[in-house]
Design a protein around this ligand. Structure first.
Ligand code: AMP
Ligand code: ZN
Length: 534
């Protein structure tokens, strides 16, 4: 949606409200954008609201009693728009992402049963049920809405429930079709094993050759960290991290001494716990994925060298010290971690703290050659990227990038500002973090079984503690794998990759194709509802 159009419509709505309160005699001129037939919900509903207000205004101006007749549907529309206007904490694009998710819930009912919806809400929504209720209560008290309602005194009033029902009706009627893409493989490239030269010097065995072969694919989507782990499981993160640093020219550019980079990665991988999923191998996988985005994926053309440095560090440390339990679990059990970080993204805050404790050690300080200002910039990027991996921020960052891409269409934004680069990197790291459903099925299956093992272990703990078992964590009443994975792909993974793929100069078509193939695999196992005959 063009931002200028939205601003125009907002201004018009505000002006009409002022005018209707002042009971001006003249009928306002036509709203320029009211003829818009674009498919954007926010603009469309704003424009409809403005039209209704204009109609009422004209009727009031003509009536001897200064009154107008308003239908219940009109009031539904007006209140829905005002709900959005008086919710300053939820930016318009974040709401668009959330609305899209709701649409998917209704258009894929055979996938999103209560449990799958619960899994997505629980992990990927920043608003829980309780805060939704609080919001509705707050809304009833909101003076702006009260003033609007007064403006239509004498009309029948919509209940909050009917307002939401109207908004849901609109969501259903606006369901959009899914995009399909074709295959585009990435070429292989080989890199010298610079930083690790000393490490490998004595090793010319068969296992070394296998590692070297896999590392020749380090920048491609077909690199498989699980292959590397077969022979070098303990050092997968060290090997992948150092190789990515060298391949992107970061070691050379920032004059990072090889022993310091190695010491940093030895330190990082040692601080990962041996969880089934959240372990050093997952960090290696995410690091390589971010590296792929930055190189063959084309994202690097938009990112400064400091941004790339921050991105590789953030990817490597983003789950450091992970306990194997979710934030929700830490918060529900009121444990020390949740209390230390005031119940806000406790895991991600802890990952940042552990990473910067390590960087404090001189022998591991890969940022030592940066000046103070550069250090502050890189540190800020690393922290904001790691905090963005709290999945509760999914809609916020995805929405911001959607918004940026739309305004880039209009204003020729070149993504060169630090804020824009940060946003690109936040979404890139989030995408890399949920990239396993975008990998070939045999690789994807390994990560899924690992993540489920960790989920079920948490569920066992919750049951023992007498807590409600989290969605997706109940091994006794499990969500069928096909439903859970199809829901995860449709609701979260595919939208993230689709948005990232829209960034200028980024080419991730091969990812979109693979995720489509994987989704088809799950959908083949699910029975869609029979088509509705109209
Ligand atoms: P992180 O915890 O930072 O690794 O964020 C990624 C999250 O994505 C994990 O915690 C899981 O909740 C979720 N996830 C990753 N892979 C899968 C999968 N195959 N199925 C379901 N959830 C997944
Ligand atoms: Zn992760």
């Amino acid at each position: 949606m063009p931002l200028s159009k939205q601003r125009e419509a907002l201004k018009e709505a505000a002006r009409l409200l002022r005018d209707s309160r002042a009971k001006a005699q003249d009928v306002p001129p036509d709203v320029k954008s009211s003829s818009s037939d674009d498919d954007d919900d926010d603009t469309a509903s704003l424009v409809t609201a403005v039209k209704i207000l204009k109609k009422c205004h004209a009727e009031c101006a003509e009536s001897a009693t200064s009154t107008a007749v308003v239908t219940l549907d009109d009031i539904d529309t007006l209140l829905t728009v005002f709900i959005e206007l008086v919710d300053p904490d939820t930016p318009v694009y974040t709401r668009a992402v959330e609305r899209n998710l709701m649409r998917k819930f209704s258009s894929h009912k055979h996938v999103f049963d209560d449990k799958v919806q619960g899994f997505i809400h629980q992990n990927y929504s920043s608003k829980n049920e309780e805060s939704k209720d609080n919001f509705r209560t707050a809304l009833r008290r909101t003076s702006l809405v009260q003033r609007c309602v007064k403006a239509f005194k004498g009309s029948r009033l919509a209940t909050p429930d009917s307002v939401y029902a109207a908004s849901r009706r609109r969501q259903r009627s606006n369901a959009r079709s899914e995009k399909r893409h074709s295959l585009d493989g990435s070429p292989e490239r080989s890199y010298p094993i610079g930083t690790l030269e000393a490490y490998w010097a004595a090793d010319q065995t068969a296992s070394f050759l296998l590692v070297k072969k896999e590392l020749s694919k380090i920048s491609t989507w077909s690199f498989n960290v699980l292959e590397l782990s077969k022979v070098q499981s303990a050092d997968a993160l060290l090997i992948v991290g150092c190789t990515c640093f060298d391949a992107e020219g970061l070691t050379r550019h920032f004059h990072i001494p090889a022993p310091v980079l190695r010491a940093f990665y030895f330190g990082v991988q040692a601080k990962y716990l041996p969880n089934p999923y959240h372990n050093a191998e997952h960090a290696a996988d995410v690091t390589q994925c971010v590296h792929h985005f930055l190189t063959l994926g084309g994202l690097g053309t938009q990112i400064s060298m400091r941004g790339k440095l921050a991105a590789l560090i953030a990817a490597s440390v983003h789950d450091i010290g992970h306990t194997g339990f979710s934030n929700n679990f830490h918060i529900a059990t009121n444990d020390a971690l949740a209390i230390r970080y005031a119940f806000r993204s406790p895991l991600e805050n802890m990952h940042c703290a552990v990473a910067f404790e390590l960087l404090q050690q001189k022998e591991c300080d890969i940022l030592a050659t940066l000046n103070d200002l550069e250090k502050i910039e890189v540190r800020g990027l690393i922290i904001d990227m790691i905090l963005a991996t709290d999945n509760k921020n999914h809609a916020i960052h995805l929405g911001r990038l959607d918004g940026l891409l739309q305004s880039a269409d209009e204003d020729q934004t070149d993504f060169s500002s630090l804020d824009d680069q940060k946003l690109l990197l936040q979404v890139a790291l989030h995408a890399a973090d949920v990239c396993n459903p975008v990998k070939p099925m045999d690789i994807y299956a390994v990560w899924t079984s690992r993540v489920m093992e960790e989920f079920y272990a948490q569920g066992d703990n919750e049951r023992e503690l007498g807590l409600p078992v989290s969605f997706g964590c109940d091994r006794v009443n499990p969500i069928p794998e096909a439903k859970m994975q199809a829901g995860f792909i449709i609701g979260i993974v595919r939208p993230v990759f689709e948005t990232l793929a829209k960034v200028p100069k980024v080419s991730l078509k091969h990812c979109l194709d693979q995720v489509e193939r994987n989704l088809a695999h799950w959908q083949d196992q699910l029975t869609p509802p029979p088509p509705v005959v109209t």
